[in-house]
Design a protein around this ligand. Structure first.
Ligand code: RB5
Length: 146
């Protein structure tokens, strides 16, 4: 799968590890930065780069890492067509796919261990959207973007 990944300085270390994990699993991973743990940067810059890459079809899914994952989700969801979910548990990532058709996942680089975030990515990438009644609800979100 084509995946675009980004982080701020707080998510840099885990972003490096998660990008390598995804590449090892055979995914085509594009890293938009950040490229340092010591230079303080602004998470919206990276959230918007990843979200726009997903919205324009450059990648099928996006992954974002910051201190909590919260700011990344808030920023990414400003881009039309993006449904970003902040997950701290694999079950939430699974439900974000089944019910919400999430196309971007945001995770915490500071408060969630990398092994848990790997399991979150497995659930995010491996779970299909259920459709049905959930499609109607997704449609109402899309209508609010117009
Ligand atoms: C950076 O200190 C921190 O605010 C950021 O990584 C993130 O947690 C924001 O939501």
């Amino acid at each position: 799968m084509r995946i675009i990944i980004g982080s701020d300085h707080a998510g840099f270390d885990q972003k490096q590890r998660l990008a390598a994990y995804l590449a090892d699993e055979g995914h085509d991973v594009r890293d938009v930065g950040a490229f340092s743990e010591t230079d303080s940067v602004d998470y919206p810059d990276f959230a918007l780069a990843v979200a726009r890459g997903v919205a324009n079809g450059e990648a099928e899914r996006g992954v974002l890492v910051c201190g909590t994952g919260i700011g990344m989700a808030i920023a990414a969801n400003k881009v039309a067509g993006v449904r970003a979910a902040n997950a701290t548990d694999p079950e939430f990532a699974k439900l974000a796919r089944q019910h919400n058709d999430a196309n971007v996942i945001t995770v915490s680089g500071r408060f969630v261990p990398v092994q848990t975030n790997e399991a979150i990515l497995d659930a995010f990438l491996g779970t299909p959207f259920e459709g049905g009644r959930h499609s109607r609800r997704i449609g109402k979100i899309a209508a609010a973007e117009r």
